[in-house]
Each structure stands twice: as C-alpha cells, then as structure tokens.
Design a protein around this ligand. Sequence first.
Ligand SMILES: *Cc1c(COP(=O)(O)O)cnc(C)c1O
Length: 330
Amino acid sequence: MPRIELSKKNFFYNLDEIKKQTKSINKIALVLKDNAYGHGLIEIAKLANEYGVKKAVVRSDKEASEVEEYFDYILVLSDIPTIVSKKIHYTINDINNIHKFPIGSLVELKVDTGMGRNGISLSELDIAYESIEKQGLKLKAIFTHHACADELDGIYEEQKKSFLQLKQKAPKGLKFHSCNSAALFREDDFDEDMARVGIAAYGCLELSHELSDVIFKPVLSLYSTKISTRTLKKGESVGYSASYRSKNEESVSNYDIGYSDGFLRVLSNSYETPDKIKIAGRISMDNSSFLCNKEELLIFKDAREVAKCAKTISYEILTSLKSYIKREVV
Ligand SMILES: *Cc1c(COP(=O)(O)O)cnc(C)c1O
C-alpha cells in the first residue's frame, strides 16, 4: 500500500515562519479543512497542539468535533450547528440562513468584499446585524476572503480597502480577520486579530519575490511499494492503450499507487519523481509503472512539483490523497 510521511521538523519550521509574521502564536488559526489538506486531520491537529497552536479552522461540524480536544477555538466555515458550543464558532455565509442557527450560537459573519462566492454583501450588513440580534446569536467576528492574495495584479487592494471601511463602521467589540497564507505573507505589518493559514503551514505556499521571500518546506511525502518487476525488450509496451514503448531493453516495475489513491491520471507518461525516475505509460486505478526496480519508491516530496506537471495547484494534489493512506509522523 502507499504510505505518507509527515515531517514534523518541516511543519514546525513553517509554523515558526508563520509566527514571525503574525507576531503571536495566538493569532495563528491553522486551517485543517479537508483532512488537513490531505495530511491527516488528527495527525496535524496533534502536531499543532504540541507546537502550541490554539486556533483551528475546519469545513464541517464533523471535523470540528474530531479535533475539539486539541484547540481553544475552532471556526467552522460551512456548516450550521445543531447544538450550541462554547468554543466552536460558525460562519454565516448567507443572509437567508441566519434563522437556521440555534439561539445562543457563536457566529462569525463572512462578508463578500469581492470574492463573489459566499458571504453577506456590504449593502446587506445592517440588515444582517439586525437579524443576528433578533435570532439571539452571539456575533464574535467579521471576516472576508481574498480572491487575488497571491497575485500582483487583481483586486487585492480593493478588497482590503472595503474591509477596512467596513471595520470602521462595525459594531464595537468584534474581531476581524481577512488573511489566508498569501495575504499574511504579502503584508509587511500584519495587525489583524488572526490569520487563517493553510498552505503555508503545509509548506507549499508559492509567492512571487515581489510579494515575499520566505521559504516554506513541504511537510508531506508520498511513497509506494513495488508489486512486480519485469524487463522490457525494445519496442514492448506498458499499460493501458500501450502508450509507452521501450526504446531499448529496460527494467520497469509496477507500484501500488493509482488514480484511485489520488495520484492523478493526467500525470501519465510525463511525471518524473524527485529522484528523476520516469513514469512509463498510463496511471491505472491502483497501479503505476516506473522505469526502476526499487522496492519502495518516493513518488513525491513537494506537491508543488507534481502540480506543475499536472497543470494544477498543490492544494489539489494534496487534497486528492485518500484518507485511508497510512500517515506517519517522522
Ligand atoms: C481554505 C481557506 C483558507 C486557507 O487558505 P490558504 O491559501 O491555504 O492559506 C483561509 N480562509 C478561508 C475562508 C478558506 O476557505
């Protein structure tokens, strides 16, 4: 079976860099949604707890209850609570949902400053404050999400300006947060109440030098074990559709990892491992072939490299990895 190694050293190194930027460990809200970006929800929650991170952000109520014991504060991004919790905050994403939250729920209002996805529009804010009060909810914070935090051009500055204006007019006593990883690291003097940091903690944030020079170290490495080896004669093919043909006599081995595990099929015939070992032919459901005969093969140690080959982002490479793959902290 494939297996995943998580580097505690690299994770803590990334958290050190994040802490320098937020200037306080209490301002780090570690994003653990989607199985901690494929790293393993419980594994990462435990490591974060060991480091001293107190805040977490998750997608669902289920994820929140699984990691509740490790944090003082949890923000749920897209679920409506069934019971009232003292530490779990829930996001209001739509003005029409406010009546669904149980009386006494701790809530945070997501405001759409330009993402155009979820959140209350700026013009609906006063009605939202009123509805929240009428429903008996405890509004704790207002937050927004950037559409272009990792881009030089784009609407980053406009969104920032809207959020600042909204802050000045908001009811007293609330907290504010707007930064994901990219926004946090492009700011020279971060001064919000917390930052919601995902990809930087996992070591795969990519920012142009104009925005930040901080280096991050990938936490997750993926390995796979050999099922079989054979020697190809010149011209023999490998795998479905016989799309790879050997140019010389060569050794090829089949490994127990495929697209069902999250090793994307688009990498077929083009991917090369960090040790420069080439893939041969199509990636199948549970198998892929490489031109080597190692017992265990390092598939990748930096999701950014895989993302480049697959023409996608590291987030997709990481979150594609199935939760049944064994995760081990080293
Ligand atoms: C996923 C997510 C984040 C984290 O983004 P990164 O780019 O991984 O740091 C922050 N805020 C919200 C609302 C998110 O959905």
